[in-house]
Design a protein around this ligand. Sequence first.
Ligand code: BES
Ligand code: MN
Ligand code: MN
Length: 455
Amino acid sequence: MSAVSYIEENKDRFLNELLELLKIPSVSADKKFAGDVRKAAEYLKSQFEKLDTHVEICETAGYPIVYAEHIKDPNLPTVLVYGHYDVQPADPYELWDSPPFEPVIKNEKIYARGSADDKGQMYMHVKAYEALIKTDSLPCNVKFMIEGEEEVGSENLEVFVKGNREKLAADVILISDTAMISNETPSINVGLKGLSYLEVEVVGPNRDLHSGVYGGAVANPINILCQMIASLQDEKGRITIPGFYDKVEELSDEYRAKMAEAPFDLEAFKKDLDIDDVKGEEGYTTIERTGIRPTLDVNGIWGGYIGEGAKTVLPSKANAKISMRLVPDQTSDEITKLFEEHFKSIAPKSVKVKVTPHHGGEPAVTPTDSIGYKAAVKAMEKSWGVEPIPTREGGSIPIVALFKEELGLDSILMGFGLNEDAIHSPNESYGLFNYYRGIETISHFYQFFTDMSKS
Ligand code: BES
Ligand code: MN
Ligand code: MN
C-alpha cells in the first residue's frame, strides 16, 4: 500500500488522536497548567511507543523535550523534525464559541487552542512518519525534537541544543509552524522576524493622588506613558528610536517586485478584520510591512482605576508591554539596548522610568537554493498541483536562528496554517483539509529530499 492510501484509510484515527492531544491544556505560560504540559509530552511519547520507535522524555530546567528517532542507515540523509506541544493561554475564555480545550469540528475545521499552533501541524509529522513506517516506504533517517516551551521563548531548548549537537546531527530541519497564502496558493515560509520584548514602568508621585487636588500640577504617569509611546512612531509610521534602522537589510527593487507577484487581496484582508483601512510604514505594502519591515507594538497597557464607575485619581504608576519585530540584520540585544536608552532619554524629569527586557530572538531567512527547500517545493507541487511561492511572515520562531548557529542547519518552514486560523486568538481553528493534505505533503518530502540528496 502507498503512504497516501494508508493516510486515507486511517484518517479518522489520525484525527481522533489529534483531538485527544488538543484536550490537554498544555499552556506553558501559566504554572497552573504545569501538570497538563507534562501530560502532553507523555501523550506524544506513548504515540511513538505504539510505533515501536525509540523515544525519550528529555528533562530540562523547564518542560521536557520529546525526542524520538528512527535510524535506518547512518549513510542515508537525516531529517530533524521540530515542533512544539505547548500552546498559548486561551484567555479570554468568554470570547470562545466553544471551550478551548474541548475540540469541536465545525465547517470542516477543528476548533481548539493549539489546533493550528502547533499541535495540529506538529502531529501531522508524527502521522506522516507512521504512514511511511507502516507502508515500509521511509527512505531516510528521522529525528523528532518536540518542545514544550516555544510560546515562552525556548530558553531550555537552547541549552538542550547546545549540549546535544551530536545527537541532533542531521542534514536538514523540517518545521510546520507557519502559514500559507491560501489553500489555492500554497507557499513556503522563507523569513521569520526576530523579537525584542520589554516591559516599561513609569512612576510619578509616591502614592495615588486626588486628581482634582493635584491634577495639572503633578505628572500623571499614564498621560506621560501615552505621550512617550506615541512618540515612538512618527507620522510616516517610522520608529523614532535613534539607530533602529541602521542595520535593517534594504531589499532590492527586484526582490520587492517578486514579492508583489504573490496574490494578496487587500479588501479581503480588511474585511476579515472588520477594519476600514490598514496602517503602517509609509512607502511599503501590507505584505512588506508584515514580512520585511521591522515593527513596534504595545501588547498591553495598564494603570489607574479601571473598576466600575468613576474614581477621580491621579495614579502613581503606569505600565506597558512593548514588542518589536526585527528583520535581518537587526539583533535582539542591540535593539533592546537602543530602546532602553531612548525610552529613558525621553522621560521628563517629573517621572522615573524602569525598563525590563523579556525574552527575545533573532530573525531568520531560509535560502531557496538548498536541497531541502527544493524538496519542499516538489512535495507541495506533488500534492497541490501548483508550485508554492516563497513568502516572509511577521511571526517569530527564535530557535530557528539558533539551529543555524549551533547545528549549522537550515530550517525548511513548510507550514500548512492559514491566517484565518486565528492562532493566539479566541476560536483558533485548523482546517481538516490542511491536516490531511499536510500529512500527505510531508510524506512526499522525505522521498524528494532523499532522492535529491543522492544525486
Ligand atoms: N508559530 C508561531 C510563529 C509564527 C506564526 C510564525 C505565524 C509565522 C507565522 C509561534 O508559535 C509563535 O507564536 N511565536 C511567538 C514568539 C515566541 C518567542 C513567543 C511569536 O511570534 O509571537
Ligand atoms: Mn507555533
Ligand atoms: Mn504561537
